[in-house]
Write a protein that binds this ligand. Structure first.
Ligand SMILES: [Zn+2]
Length: 68
């Protein structure tokens, strides 16, 4: 059974537990889902930022090549 650490008391809790047995935090795994969602959003922003940077650098370079 996968274990996660409780976001409040860091007690090892089953992923399927509805409440932390140590501090009573309801649904400790939900916090992790929220955090991973934020991490995904963060990476999406990073990828988009890199993509936009490449776009901004590559397009003028290609335009330059055609204008010569
Ligand atoms: Zn707890």
């Amino acid at each position: 059974m996968p274990l996660i650490s409780c976001p409040v008391c860091e007690h090892q809790v089953s992923k399927r537990a509805h409440a932390c047995p140590s501090c009573g935090e309801p649904d400790p795994s939900r916090h992790h889902t929220k955090i991973s969602w934020l991490i995904n959003l963060f990476w999406l922003c990073v990828v988009l930022g890199i993509g936009l940077t490449i776009w901004n650098v590559a397009v003028p370079m290609v335009m330059d090549m055609f204008n010569r």
